[in-house]
Design a protein around this ligand. Structure first.
Ligand SMILES: [Zn+2]
Length: 271
């Protein structure tokens, strides 16, 4: 599943090239998670001003309104001067005078939604409940610590829920908790201030590194050859159940927590 770093890497891969492009056509394929919300023909002639990211949404700002794109479980975007004929899993072609932005999404949990403005009900329905951006100045240790104090559940599902900080998915939550020495089952409200500070730093570090390395599963969803991405090969705990901890050699354990598999080192990560 594309996580925040993959979405950010995707954004960087085409944002500069598509900026200032004019929309010539929009072809939508099979239904995605949500409808576009406007007839596709209404977008023709409009200009794309730039591409931002909010959580795992890409926001294509138009001269009138914006397009919100989500990659869902299996989506990938490719921007190229021309595209081959659309295959059965290509569900959007945004044709511009600078190239064609194509959404490939075999499982169709992705979405392309038009909204008249970022603060419109259509956009806020998707963006309104997102927590702060982990790679922005708004992600503040003191605010994060205060928010966690109010959470009675285990820290890992609190991170995944995305209300306190957005976009820390399963891989990165597992890795950040290892880096911070915190057991995934520890109650969020019980974390001491120094431990929250370590977790905060670990989240920033693990996501920054993943963006720099091109996203963990980016190779998967770009060339679809089933490679594990670079970061996953380097992972300390994620996907390493039974293998020795890279720090202390204790076998990494796995457990299911909120229907997601969690990996941790029982020695390095304290309750
Ligand atoms: Zn260990």
């Amino acid at each position: 599943m594309p996580e925040l770093p993959e979405v950010e890497v995707t954004r960087r891969s085409f944002a500069d090239r598509i900026a200032a492009a004019h929309i010539l056509a929009l072809r939508m394929g099979k239904p995605l998670r949500w409808p576009l919300g406007v007839p596709a023909a209404h977008l023709v002639g409009h200009q794309i001003l730039g591409v931002r990211r909010r959580g795992k949404y890409l926001l294509l700002d138009l001269d009138q309104g914006l397009l919100l794109v989500h990659l869902g479980m299996s989506g990938s975007l490719n921007f190229a001067p021309t595209q081959p004929e659309a295959g059965p899993h290509d569900h959007m072609d945004l044709v511009t005078d600078r190239g064609v932005l194509r959404l490939h999404d075999p499982r169709r949990f992705g979405a392309v939604v038009w909204a008249p403005a970022e603060d419109s009900p259509q956009a806020q329905k998707l963006l309104g409940r997102l927590g702060v951006e982990p790679l922005s100045a708004q992600f503040d240790v003191a605010v994060f610590a205060q928010a966690l104090k109010k959470r009675q559940s285990a820290i890992k599902p609190v991170l995944l829920a995305g209300h306190e900080v957005v976009g820390v998915g399963n891989i990165y939550a597992s890795e950040a908790l290892f880096m911070a020495g915190i057991r995934p089952t520890t109650k969020a409200s019980r974390l001491s201030r120094p431990r929250v500070a370590r977790l905060h730093a670990a989240i920033v570090q693990v996501l920054t590194r993943a963006v720099e390395q091109g996203g963990s599963s980016l190779k998967d969803f770009v060339n679809a050859e089933g490679h594990t991405g670079y970061f996953q090969l380097e992972a300390a705990v994620y996907g390493r159940a039974g293998e020795p901890c890279r720090v202390c050699a204790t076998p990494i354990q796995s457990m299911v927590q909120g229907q997601r598999t969690t990996f941790y080192c029982p020695t390095c990560q304290k309750p």
